[in-house]
Write a protein of this length. Structure first.
Length: 355
């Protein structure tokens, strides 16, 4: 098993050198404009993608489509070097990007956005979605879904896949209130429950990947509870709780009964150490700082575990985590700069540690 991962470990270690460094992030945060960010990224791994799309797009749209394209290429490359006995697990892991693309399309259809506007936000490279290589949605599927007139048709089309049933279970909620939130959350329910079962016995029930998935599930559930309390909508929270995390049913029930965001954070302090994000919430009433801090803490805890592991599928997951963190951070920096956030605010939102 271990010898099979010698080649992917070496090739991914070399590819990791092309990812952004701490200094690169510092320079991006200090950039005076979106165009300056584009100039800095043009010297990095995104240069070919930026060049490919620069005649069609500019500004934030150029960063968005180029960043998505580069991210898709990194995912497909990691999958291509994964030994055969680990491919099914990596395919399952990568399926979340097909599901994210589907969520993007559903949200766009709900907002009556044009196809051209939607395509910018899909995770694809040279019009080939990650699913072309991860074995879920094909390019033809994307074309068909994008051309559909309404969300009900999309749900019917995806019934041939496992997550189509997940969407169908919430279609009545959508029809009742014309709100796609429950449909989008149903895809999260499907993905994380599937991942929990896929990885459960790969390295034993206490394997690091399995523990990582359980922690991610806990973070998703925590944010669902926090948003329900913050926005005064706690009645349906249990419908969107993902099973299989580390929090017990009793703990989740207790969190849902909390009277405030601060009370929830206090109750989970032994699991999630949230300080900066809570301070930001108290000053702005925004949960974005809390969500970013949770994500950052989980990332660094498990990245170090995976990268210190002996040669195994953990090394592939570690590379995919680094690629995802870069993809998210570029989006946050570009958006933050566009909306005139301070350097300190942008840094707080990032997964990669800058200050």
């Amino acid at each position: 098993m271990r010898s099979l991962y010698g080649l992917p470990y070496g090739t991914l270690k070399v590819e990791k050198l092309n990812l952004l460094s701490k200094k690169d992030y510092e320079d991006l945060i200090k950039a005076s404009s979106v165009n300056d960010i584009i100039s800095l990224l043009s010297e990095k791994g995104l240069k070919d993608d930026l060049s490919q799309y620069s005649n069609q797009y500019s500004g934030l749209d150029l960063i968005e489509i180029s960043n998505n394209s580069y991210f898709a290429r990194l995912n497909r490359y990691a999958l291509s070097v994964t030994p055969y006995n680990g491919k099914d697990l990596i395919v399952s892991y990568l399926s979340k990007w097909d599901l994210l693309n589907l969520k993007t399309i559903i949200a766009a259809k709900s907002a009556n956005n044009k196809i051209e506007q939607t395509q910018i936000y899909l995770i694809t490279s040279k019009n080939l979605p990650v699913g072309m290589y991860a074995g879920l949605l094909s390019y033809e599927d994307y074309r068909n879904i994008l051309s559909m007139d309404n969300i009900e048709d999309i749900v019917s089309y995806t019934l041939r896949y496992g997550y189509g049933k997940a969407l169908l279970s919430f279609i009545d909620d959508y029809k009742k209130n014309n709100n796609v939130t429950s449909l989008l959350l149903s895809l999260d329910l499907y993905y994380y429950e599937m991942m929990r079962e896929k990885f459960r016995f790969f390295n034993g029930s206490e394997g690091p990947i399995y523990r990582y998935i359980k922690r991610i599930i806990d973070s998703k559930n925590l944010m669902t509870i926090l948003k329900g309390i913050e926005y005064g909508n706690v009645e349906d929270i249990k419908d969107f709780i993902i099973k299989g995390g580390g929090l017990t049913d009793q703990q989740i029930d207790d969190l849902i009964k909390s009277n405030s965001v601060e009370e929830v954070i206090q109750k989970v302090k032994s699991i999630f150490n949230i300080t900066t994000g809570l301070d930001y919430y108290k000053n702005t009433s925004s949960l974005v700082g809390i969500e970013s801090e949770i994500e950052r803490n989980i990332y660094w805890e498990f990245l170090e575990i995976f990268e210190m592991s002996s040669l195994s599928i953990n090394n592939v997951i570690a590379f995919l985590m680094r690629a995802e963190a870069q993809w998210k951070d570029i989006k946050k920096i570009a958006s933050g700069k566009f909306y005139n956030l301070s350097e300190e605010e942008i840094s707080m939102l990032l997964i990669n540690k800058v200050i």
